[in-house]
Design a protein around this ligand. Structure first.
Ligand code: GDP
Ligand code: MG
Length: 162
């Protein structure tokens, strides 16, 4: 089958918005409330003639309710079967404890991991990415999933990693 690109990250960082941006339609569910996209969602995407499957996970909450545990398991499955992993972080809030925990797990992944610094809507937010170096997963890729800023460069890096 096609190579699999898993998208992981806390609720509300913009994972579904990024999927929608990449596939060019509103297929992933985006809501204003945090953590609304609960299901693992797979869609086919293409960049520079390279096709791949995007898996939008429902977020990563390693503790809490039964639903959260189910979501967490789905994220783990997505990671285990991925050929590349995008860890989406909200650059405007910076890396949280949850982000640190996920990053620690991803540092042991066999697939390449790209840190996506989302919500970098303009030049004035570029400096926010440097704090994310401490996740220990390489240079963050600044994007605005909402406006499309930087997503072409990100996708170049994604297909390079496949
Ligand atoms: P998910 O829970 O990680 O799937 O996050 P969503 O894609 O549902 O987005 C959560 C919220 O962040 C929504 O209100 C989005 O409109 C907003 N959002 C997503 N990407 C961006 C971005 O690049 N810039 C800004 N300013 N807001 C964004
Ligand atoms: Mg979502």
């Amino acid at each position: 089958g096609l190579p699999v690109v898993a998208i992981v990250g806390r609720p509300n960082v913009g994972k579904s918005t990024l999927v929608n941006r990449i596939i060019g339609r509103r297929e992933a569910i985006v809501e204003e409330r945090p953590g609304v996209t609960r299901d693992r969602k797979e869609v086919e995407a293409e960049w520079n003639g390279r096709a791949f499957t995007l898996v939008d996970t429902g977020g990563w909450l390693a503790r809490g309710s039964e639903l959260d545990e189910k979501v967490s398991r789905q994220s783990e499955q997505a990671i285990a079967s991925a050929d590349a992993i995008l860890l989406v972080v909200d650059a405007t809030t910076g890396a949280t404890e949850d982000d640190d925990r996920v990053a620690r797990i991803l540092r042991g992944a066999t697939a390449p991991v790209l840190v996506v610094a989302n919500k970098v809507d303009g030049e004035s937010r570029e400096h926010l990415v440097w704090d994310l170096l401490r996740l220990g997963l390489g240079d963050p890729h600044p994007v605005s999933a909402l406006h499309g800023r930087g997503t072409g460069d990100l996708l170049d890096a994604v297909v390079d990693a496949l």
